[in-house]
Each structure stands twice: as structure tokens, then as C-alpha cells.
Design a binder for this molecule. Structure first.
Ligand code: TRP
Length: 323
């Protein structure tokens, strides 16, 4: 039973990209592994600087996870800032991390290249992520390809610390699911909050219909054969359909005679149905934020006991425990 850990940023409303790349996998892991799953609100501060919005996104993300089946009894589920030990470890690790290592971070370079004025927080983002992972001695880190380098930076930091002070941290490994193909957004680019092309997990019926109808397709006429392998509508359909349904649609694409409009209606139906068992629970949670807050408080308490052990060991080794 490996210890698995991953976090999600509450930087916007969670969408199908988040669900298939991270949340669904994590919810499945809870049955067979020791799972640490958390909402990384300190990380989200690098982009969200509006207190009310960050609060709302954090609660919404928690409700989404719980509604979708994450069981706080089976795993460690908490909000990052409720275990402030991570901030303390971030400082300690930061003092053992060279600027050069962080300067090589792709995600930092990409963000600054897009014109974002970087804060210190954005620059040291990978150190906070390393603290997230090392504080809990996690072995496997399920992340998307875009986060792989952050796990590698974590490994460098852990190895260096272990080399200096003796065995302290478990050296983690990224767990990249290759079979998760790119999840396209409404415009065909990768689904991402920053591209404004998302379909959220819990849309209203009307909004979901409107969004699915907006998915961009090519202009092949109804009668003509279509290419399933280059079509974002087909790629989204694949996530929700049974193998049988998928093969059937593939056949209809290749044969011609099925219009994109009809496929969109089918896709809408599939998405709506897929999430319907969770929708009631999501509404009940939304109506009882105090209960959600209590679950998160309990999760934080349980998680802090693990964090305290590592942090105490680290503080002893580096000389911060001097008495
Ligand atoms: N940086 C990750 C992302 O944006 C989120 C994250 C923060 C994370 N801390 C983590 C993921 C620790 C895995 C482990 O997706």
C-alpha cells in the first residue's frame, strides 16, 4: 500500500479536465492506497488575490470532491493552509534550494513568458510543492505531465537534504497516467481555466447544453465521412461513453450521415447522466457549509499529526530545536 499524495488548486471552478486528470483517479486510489488529497489554497494565491473568491473556490472544491465520492474517513482530506506546518517547512527547504534549480522551472518560465509579473511566491512555488510532498513522506505523486518537473525538483531537494542531514525524507516519484489523453476544451485547445474553454463538473442543465453546443468542430457536411481521431467532440464523447457506444459512434463518423449537432445532443445527455448521481449530494453539501467546514477541520486535525512528526525531525536536524 503506497502512500499517494496530490493536490488541486482552487483557482477556479473545477472542470472536466480537472476531473479526468486528477479527481477521478484520486477517488479511485482511496480504496487501495493510503491517500493524501488536499486543496492547495496557498498555491492558488499565486493567481487568486481576492479573499472572498479564494474562500468560495476553496469551499466549492471541497464540496465537489465530497460529492464525487471522496471519503474523508478513508483518506486524508484537508485544505493546505489548515496545516500551516507546510509553510514552516517551505522556509527551511527554501534555504536548502539553489536559485538555479528554480530558475530552470518550465512552469515559471512559461508564466513569465506570457507576460505575468512574477511574485516571489510564484518563483518559490516548487519549494512549497516540495514541502507538501515531503512533509507527508509520500511516495507516489499522481500529476499531469505539466507537473512532472515539480516532482523532479522535489526529488532533488529531498536527496540533497538527506545527503546533508541523513535519511529524513522519502524520495517521491511522479505517477503520470499516459492513457489520459489531452482533454480538449470548447475551442479544441487543452481544457483550462486560463483559456476560458471549460465545461464545469456541476453545470446547470441549461448551461451545460449551451456549452456542449458551442464545441468547435470542422465543417464537414452531414453526409460525408468524418475523422474521429482529430475531433474534440469525439475525444470528449470517449470519456463518457461505453466501449460499445464509442465503437458505434466511430462507425457513424467513418460512414457519414451523422451530423455534429446530433453528436452534441448525445454528448450532452451522456455528461448530464454521468454526473447525475453526484448532483443531489453536491446540492445538499452546498446547503450545509457548516457540515463541510467540520469535515475539513477534522481532516486537518488528522493530517497535522502526520505533519508534526516530520517537521519535528527536520527542526531537530537543522538545529532549530536548540534547547
Ligand atoms: N502544482 C499542482 C498543480 O497545479 C498542485 C499541487 C500543489 C500539487 N502541491 C502539490 C500536486 C503536491 C501534487 C503534489 O496541479
Amino acid at each position: 500500500m503506497a502512500r499517494i499524495l496530490s493536490g488541486i488548486q482552487p483557482s477556479g471552478t473545477l472542470h472536466l479536465g480537472n476531473y479526468f486528470a486528477m479527481m477521478k483517479r484520486m477517488i479511485e486510489f482511496q480504496h487501495e492506497h493510503e491517500l493524501f488529497c488536499f486543496i492547495v489554497n496557498y498555491h492558488a494565491m499565486t493567481s487568486v488575490q481576492d479573499g472572498d473568491l479564494l474562500r468560495k473556490n476553496t469551499m466549492d472544491a471541497a464540496m465537489d470532491f465530497l460529492a464525487l465520492g471522496l471519503d474523508p474517513e478513508k483518506c486524508f482530506f484537508w485544505v493546505q493552509s489548515d496545516v500551516p506546518e507546510v509553510a514552516e517547512l517551505t522556509w527551511i527547504l527554501g534555504c536548502h534550494t539553489s536559485m538555479g534549480l528554480l530558475e530552470r522551472s518550465h512552469s515559471y518560465k512559461d508564466k513569465t513568458a506570457r507576460g505575468l509579473t512574477p511574485s516571489c511566491g510564484l518563483f518559490t512555488y516548487p519549494v512549497l510543492m516540495a514541502a507538501d510532498i515531503l512533509l507527508y513522506q509520500a511516495k507516489l505523486i499522481p500529476v499531469g505531465k505539466d507537473q512532472k518537473q515539480h516532482v523532479e525538483i522535489t526529488r532533488d531537494i529531498a536527496l540533497r537534504f538527506n545527503g546533508t542531514y541523513g535519511e529524513t525524507f522519502v524520495v517521491p516519484e511522479p505517477l503520470i497516467a499516459d492513457e489520459i489523453a489531452l482533454i480538449p476544451g470548447l475551442d479544441g485547445q487543452k481544457m483550462s481555466k486560463s483559456y476560458g474553454n471549460t465545461i464545469n463538473i456541476f453545470e446547470t442543465e441549461k448551461e451545460l447544453k449551451k456549452k456542449v453546443m458551442r464545441i468547435v468542430t470542422d465543417s464537414t457536411p452531414v453526409d460525408e465521412p468524418k475523422n474521429p481521431d482529430t475531433c474534440s467532440l469525439f475525444a470528449l464523447y470517449r470519456l463518457f461513453a461505453s466501449d460499445e457506444k464509442l465503437e458505434d459512434l466511430r462507425g457513424r463518423y467513418l460512414a457519414g450521415g451523422t451530423g455534429y449537432g446530433d453528436v452534441k445532443k448525445e454528448l450532452f445527455g451522456l455528461i448530464w447522466e454521468y454526473f447525475s448521481p453526484f448532483r443531489d449530494r453536491r446540492e445538499r453539501l452546498a446547503g450545509d457549509p457548516a457540515a463541510v467546514a467540520a469535515i475539513l477541520a477534522g481532516g486537518a486535525e488528522k493530517t497535522r499529526t502526520v505533519a508534526a512528526i516530520t517537521l519535528d525531525d527536520v527542526k531537530r536536524k537543522v538545529g532549530l530545536r536548540y534547547r
